[in-house]
Design a protein. Structure first.
Length: 259
């Protein structure tokens, strides 16, 4: 079995694969203050819940946008699984042609999404990852990673709006019920953040496609994707909630074969 660990700013997504089949995916909260033993206990409890034996793991691969957790999670995995651990960094094989000004600084999450999308979807491709931050990545017709855009995420935007203003409350965006012109403060805020993000996606897809020069495939992933996508006017956006975990698994296989 192979363990993939995708560390975001809000959640850590753990998936277990066996013979190219995903056995389960689960999430725990990202907490930079937690110690390795605490994360080890979290992992052991998840493995026990899903009937996975710790001794059965061949290896693991870790991707994180929270650098201070790299060592903590590597040691936690070692305590639980005692297996080799790859970390997605500038030294790992990706199979991507990264055309950034400095290819070594591309985010590990963007690499994972691009690796999976290149393998799974027709090129060129535009990838939206709607998490704590919303990112857009562009792959050209040959699958080369061209770069992208970064926005505040849905919940980050709402938090900033409520925190920086005196009269706007903290609200739950999940309760949006398709009101375009809000007649009260809460509905107006929900309309702005949900339909505003959907409209942003539509507009950026049009702009990205004009640069790419053709009708690129559009893929969306991340914790907020299911909330925003129903309100996009662009047809054919693919929702792939496991894009990053699958990309991690592909990276593990690529690097383990090359040893």
């Amino acid at each position: 079995m192979i363990l993939t660990v995708d560390v975001g700013n809000t959640n850590i997504v753990l998936s277990v694969y066996d013979q190219d089949q995903r056995l389960f995916t689960s999430r725990i909260a990202t907490q930079a203050s937690k110690m390795e033993d605490e994360y080890a206990v979290d992992m052991m409890n998840l493995f026990r819940l899903y009937g996975c034996e710790s001794a059965s793991f061949e290896g693991a691969i870790l991707s994180t946008v929270v650098p201070q957790l790299v060592g903590v999670l590597r040691r936690a995995i070692d305590r639980v699984c005692s297996c080799r651990v790859y970390v997605v960094s500038s030294g790992i094989k990706t199979g991507l042609n990264i055309k950034l000004d400095n290819p070594g600084v591309v985010g590990a999450d963007l690499v994972c999404g691009a690796v999976a999308a290149k393998r799974r979807y027709p090129m060129p491709c535009i990838i939206f990852d709607l998490g704590t931050a919303t990112t857009i990545s562009a792959l050209d017709a040959n699958g080369a990673f061209l770069g992208g855009s970064i926005f505040p995420g849905v919940r980050v935007s709402l938090h900033a709006l409520s925190t920086a203003t005196a009269q706007l409350p903290h609200i739950d965006p999940d309760a949006f019920h398709d009101v375009i012109i809000g007649t009260n403060t809460i509905d107006s805020m929900r309309s702005g953040v949900i339909l505003g993000n959907a409209s942003m996606m539509d507009g950026m897809i049009e702009r990205y496609r004009s640069v790419l020069g053709q009708e690129a495939t559009v893929v969306a992933t991340g914790g907020m994707a299911e909330l925003i996508l129903p309100y996009c006017k662009t047809k054919g956006i693919v929702l792939d909630t496991d894009l990053l975990s699958d990309g991690l698994y592909m990276l593990y296989k690529l690097n383990s074969k090359s040893e």
